[in-house]
Design a binder for this molecule. Structure first.
Ligand SMILES: *Cc1c(COP(=O)(O)O)cnc(C)c1O
Length: 419
């Protein structure tokens, strides 16, 4: 079935008691057992419900919908995007392993790699997400190559198919943070050969800036046969690869992230995210069209020194965007103002649009990454991540494009024009 159909029909549980159309919220902590054997069986197999830290029917419905939308072998929903990246990495890494990651990753991911995994005896190489650069540091200790669909805020698009082929040949997991791929409405890296995708559902999946959520998904693969955590017996004496097959990675994410780590998504948030997914494709199409028009318009403004948008002719990401993105070129754009930091400050001092550090919201949101999201990173690393003093990041929303232009003009009028 097509994405549009799956987005509204997948995952809805059948209500045999009331025939309700829609998703009930199960505000329950525990589930009752019929007898000793039933309880023992549920604990032994992980099938059926026991306790809401491990599984909840409302959250399970969201997971079923996510799995359908990305055509994955399964999905695990967690409390936030940060929890999703944490649990995915924790499930693949052991002390002594190495990770290759892009320097332009989301700041929280860089922090996780440096401040958590780095201290656990895992070495991280930060190199550009390009085949040659990754090849140069890849070795027999490498377990994960971690990339993002679109750099934030660099808007660089990695060579996903090239990286997937390289990882496949070396039996290394390619993990892609597909937050900017809008749960498959804009991009599906699993189809390009990535083994795992993570999501911050807080962004496009929610679409209303109202909840936090995250998810980990994987495609069918026998890669896990090459990871000792899946081929050696666990505490119950089960070999995960033999017991769960290609789902063994996600079982480990559920165990480490939820059962032991407790990074649980609330059923109420799962309910809102389930609703959000019904319109994500429509929202992405509308916001992409708005962003494309605005990027072309911004290029004509004398106060604007440069614009980056994957849909602009000649943009460094354009060729790959045509290959990997669908339904448009996304709702993220960046632009630089004349007058550097001062120009950016004057622009934001009079801007009538919202300034907030979020993306994928129904409303247009702008932020100055140099002094906010990336302010704590040393200047050289900030520049390596594609951040500039004059840069504004814009997550284009669903307002009418004419109104967004009018509201942007109020800020632009205060920016000195180069003479
Ligand atoms: C926001 C974001 C995250 C973190 O997600 P939270 O839901 O805020 O924890 C991770 N990766 C990317 C690309 C993001 O934009």
């Amino acid at each position: 079935m097509d994405y549009a159909t799956l987005a509204v029909l997948s995952g809805i549980p059948q209500d045999d008691v009331h025939g309700a159309v829609g998703l009930p919220i199960y505000a329950t902590a525990a589930y009752q057992f019929e007898n000793l054997e039933d309880g023992a069986q549920r604990f032994a197999t992980g099938e059926g419900y026991t306790y809401a830290r491990v599984q909840n029917p409302t959250v399970a419905a969201l997971e079923a919908r996510l799995m359908a939308l990305e055509n994955a072998v399964g999905a695990v929903a967690l409390a936030s995007g940060q929890a999703a990246s944490f649990a995915a990495l924790l499930s693949l890494l052991r002390s002594g392993d190495e990770v290759i990651a892009s320097p332009g990753l989301f700041g929280g991911t860089v922090g996780l790699l440096n401040q958590v995994f780095g201290l656990m005896g895992i070495k991280v190489h930060f190199v550009a997400p390009e085949v040659e650069a990754v090849k140069a540091v890849l070795n027999e200790k490498t377990r994960v190559v971690f990339s993002e669909l679109l750099g934030n805020p660099s808007l660089e698009l990695p060579d996903l198919s090239g990286l997937a082929a390289l990882c496949e040949a070396h039996q290394v997991a390619l993990v892609v943070d597909n937050t900017f791929g809008a749960v498959g409405a804009l991009a599906r890296p699993l189809e390009q050969g990535a083994h795992v995708v993570t999501h911050s559902l807080t962004k496009w999946a929610s679409g209303h800036g109202s909840v936090l959520g995250g998810a980990v998904l994987s495609r069918p693969t026998d890669l896990w046969q090459h990871y000792p955590q899946f081929t050696q017996p666990d505490l119950q004496g089960r070999v995960p690869w033999e017991t769960f097959g290609p789902r063994c990675f996600l079982e480990r994410v559920r165990n480490l992230g939820l059962s032991l780590g407790g990074m649980v998504l609330s059923p109420f948030n799962a309910y809102l995210l389930f609703q959000g997914l019904e319109t994500v494709e429509l929202r992405v199409e509308r916001a992409s069209s708005n962003a494309h028009q605005l990027a072309l318009w911004l290029q004509q403004q004398p106060q604007v020194a440069w614009v980056r948008y994957p849909g602009l002719p000649g943009d460094p990401a354009q060729a790959r965007a045509e290959q990997y993105l669908k339904g448009g070129f996304g709702s993220m754009l960046t632009f630089g103002l004349e007058g550097g930091l001062k120009g950016a400050s004057r622009f934001l001092s009079r801007l009538e649009l919202l300034q907030a550090p979020n993306v994928g919201d129904a409303r247009t949101l702008l932020v100055h990454p140099w002094t906010t999201t990336h302010a704590r990173i040393p200047e050289a690393a900030r520049r390596a991540a594609g951040v500039r003093p004059e840069m504004i990041r814009c997550s284009v929303g669903l307002e009418s494009p004419g109104d967004i232009q009018t509201l942007l003009e109020q800020g632009l009028a205060w920016v000195p024009v180069a003479t």
